[in-house]
Design a protein around this ligand. Structure first.
Ligand code: FE2
Ligand code: FE2
Length: 166
């Protein structure tokens, strides 16, 4: 069912943010990652995979398939706000993605690290807030709103989208 699939995406995204927070957060998100250290490299690769998955699958699916169905139930104000947050998330990812690639290739310098952890802290705050809203406002009542058949159909659509772009 689509509610479970989107929920799994949300949990996976929160998981990588949480791991990064534990590693570099310390309340300030500024303890430098060292991509030459294997565990840091894995974290950076997981962050890149998460950003790619958001931009390629999760956000477009919600915008093209989910939000229009919710609008039929009078959710335009909610989906409009969520769409604006998607745009802000995409814009932060557009800044963070090249910095992450460069770090994988050659590590961080002081200036690139400062830019990276600034964007990462902003992205983390925005994404956590956004997921909370979607989980509480939409995912928790999606099956009741759309019904099980529609939820199953959307799950098939999302599965097809995921397999096409992998
Ligand atoms: Fe979203
Ligand atoms: Fe979402």
């Amino acid at each position: 069912m689509i509610d479970a699939m989107l929920h799994e995406d949300h949990v996976a995204t929160l998981d990588i943010i949480n791991k990064l927070e534990v590693r570099i957060g310390n309340g300030k998100w500024d303890r430098r990652l060292e991509p030459s250290v294997p565990s840091d490299r894995l974290l950076l690769e997981a962050l890149i995979a998460m950003m790619d998955s958001e931009v390629r699958h999760h956000l477009p699916f919600e915008e093209k398939e989910l939000f229009p169905k919710l609008d039929d139930f009078g959710f335009e104000d909610v989906t409009g706000m969520l769409f604006d947050e998607h745009e802000a998330i995409r814009s932060l990812i557009a800044s963070l993605r090249p910095l992450s690639d460069a770090a994988l290739a050659g590590g961080f310098r002081e200036d690139s690290w400062k830019a990276f952890h600034g964007f990462l802290a902003d992205l983390a705050g925005l994404v956590i807030f956004h997921i909370q809203k979607e989980e509480m406002g939409i995912i928790s009542r999606l099956r009741m709103l759309l019904g099980p058949d529609e939820c199953q159909e959307m799950a098939s659509t999302y599965t097809a989208l995921l397999s096409k772009s992998r």
